[in-house]
Design a protein around this ligand. Sequence first.
Ligand SMILES: Nc1ncnc2c1ncn2[C@@H]1O[C@H](COP(=O)(O)OP(=O)(O)OP(=O)(O)O)[C@@H](O)[C@H]1O
Length: 868
Amino acid sequence: MKNRFKKDLDSSKSNADEKKAAKDSKAKKEKKQKPDNKKSFLKDQRTRNLVGLAFLFISAILMLALTSHLFTGNADQSILNTPLSEFEDEREIRNWLGSFGAHISQKLVSDWFGIASFSFVILAFLIGFRILFGFFLLPFKQVLKYTIFTLLWLPAFLGYFFTSSDLLLLGGGVGQTINTWLSIAMGDVGALLFIIFTAIGFVAVNFKVSFAKITQFFGSEKELNESENSSFYKKEEFEKREQYLKETADEESDDEVEESQSEPQPAAIEEDENQEIALSQSEDEEKDDESDENAEEENNEPSEELEVDLKQDEEKAESGSDQKEEKDGESDEEDVEIEIEQSDEDEELSDRDVNKKVKDFGEYDPTLDLSKFKLPTIELLDDHGGGEIKINREELEENKNKIVDTLKNYKIGIDKIKATVGPTVTLYEIVPEAGVRISKIKNLEDDIALSLSALGIRIIAPIPGRGTIGIEVPNQDPDIVSMRSLIKSDKFQNSKYALPIALGKTVSNETFIADLAKMPHLLMAGATGQGKSVGLNAILVSLLYRLHPSQIKFVLVDPKKVELTLFNKIERHYLAKLPDTEEAIITDNSQVINTLNSLCIEMDKRYELLKDAMVRNVKEYNNKFINRKLNPENGHKYMPYIVLVVDEFADLIMTAGKEVETPIARLAQLARAVGIHLIIATQRPSVNVITGLIKANFPARIAFRVTSKVDSRTILDSGGADQLIGRGDMLLSQGSDLLRLQCGFVDTPEVEEICDYIGNQQGFPDAMHLPEYSDDSAGGGGAGGGGDISDRDALFEDSARIIVQTQQGSASLLQRKLKIGYNRAGRIIDQLEEAGIIGPFEGSKARQVLIPDEYALEQLLNSESEND
Ligand SMILES: Nc1ncnc2c1ncn2[C@@H]1O[C@H](COP(=O)(O)OP(=O)(O)OP(=O)(O)O)[C@@H](O)[C@H]1O
């Protein structure tokens, strides 16, 4: 029974609790809405104007009334003090502001604060000014402090000295009262002392006066210290002013923050910090947010009308302002504003300037062997349609509306949208409303892309370093970025990079130039027909437009036999090849292995030279050589950069496997310092082509469009390349961040013309010769160095026995049995081949073992050691 009663009691209690909670939340909601209305009323510009003007008016009225009171106060007082019976008397009031002026100044001056009442004039003026113009003329807190002190102290001070009835009004009623109290409490002298000391105390506390310095001022070193003291006072003043300025700034920024928080359309970039704060807070208050979500949704009325604030670059150029600078316009609170940003066209030099630079080039470098060589002229490149970005407002509006609607469907409010128009895609940068979690948008990536129903949408949430969310939408009418515009750009022409490559234009239509020397190697991948070959040509053309034949050499590998053949014409100028080979462009896979190993030898040789010259890289080496600090008779020579370009790397890996991978990895690991750089392109970005070993050594990667997310991950370690639109649309990854670029377009006839232009000039007698590399088992000079017994691996003999015992010439067998890494096993295999124990590489088949049994092997090893 008791229990039942308790239960009833509990349930009624819980019901009561629920009701109370509901009531509370209702009250809260009402409360929440009320201040909002109040706030918006107070923030309304019209209200502010009205209130501000009212304060200025009060200030002016007071000023007149109080000033007048100083002259007319005593006369008016007698009239005011007589009972208000005779209305006629009112007319005789002499205050400039009549009865109102007389009454108010009588109260303020005579009855209360005396002439200290003028403080109210200043206060009212400062407040009015602040409301109208948005900032305080003087630091308000300080003024308030001084005003309060003045209102109390000045009447006391004046009241003490001016006691005649005529001048009584100077101290006012407050002055009289304070003086009466003080003289009762401590006598007249005590009152005076008190008044003086309160003044000194106030000054000492507020201005941090150093009494020690004041005594010095009156001391024996008076003259000496005079200058110091005066500077001290100046310094104090200076500090004070500085403090004022600081506080003013603080107050202003406080106000700005207040305003920016209440008004929903502040500048995106300036507000980033606030935005971030809001986001992080929203995460903390996750639960609250969720529970209040419905209420908020009601408040967040969807935008009805969206304003397009188109800011063309001409305007920016005229105003000379930074293109990224935000400009705010006043707009209604509910509007989501779209701001279109189109970056300035990169500055281009005139054709004549470009060609003059080219002409001057020959005389610039004293080491040039071909002093008459002229770099290709700009006319050889085509314009491909002008490269002017066309802004289609309708398209922008349409896309913006789609984005806003789509996000609205997922209850994501937007504060601001900014559109940056690029050559092929437009970046819509979104500032979500405070409290929206970025993860929410990120999770909706696919749904948003689907709703926008366009190919090539990429969502970047958040844009690194910006705190905004980017949605890249392809333009309906994309522009071709001509190689001509890139080469002509000031950025390219005046870049200080050792190996500048003009890759294309960014989403904000800026020319993007990279330094291959810093990359230091480049991996390019993309499905067929997406612009890989054009990309390779663009890189080669960039280098041809900047470097003299003595400064750079290309080693071109083209298994497809058609892509790079055009460059045959520049063989004697720019290409490097193995001695005794006919063609400089390598199309045969077995030649590739020799060339790669030859490059390894060249690398080792260059390291030797660097060591000799006591420098760390090719740049320092060449500088030293140019300054004649290195003697050519000791084998020193000017080192041109060597760029190895491999098209269709997948094909190479398929046929030659590890034999290609190992020297490539070795070059990639070590060759940067000696000026050898690799560019590797592949159609098939699968993991057995772009292996971990390759990937680890190619931090810079370019992905054209690929067919699957997996491929994109293989190249870039993240998705995105599958969402590109093709035709030169690419992502560049350098380390962690991804950059979307539109690759420069150079057509085959243009490349042909450039090659003709170069080829028709006087060249070197032959292509540059790479070190000789012999592949035959007689050994000597190989990359592995297996010819020399003392250079052999410690496990060489054990490996030979395993191979002969099992009659299998495979590196993986050695890896397993000897528990060694692939590289070491590969090296041992090379040494075994050179020692004549196993046969040459035969593609996918295991190598043939040339020694039939262990007995024959021991004989071979013994004879070798005897000969050594
Ligand atoms: N940057 C670009 N701007 C405009 N169009 C481009 C660009 N790059 C490529 N294209 C277009 O795409 C076509 C294919 O390009 P490209 O030959 O470079 O593809 P690919 O990836 O090398 O193909 P494959 O692997 O089959 O050789 C070009 O003929 C051209 O029309």
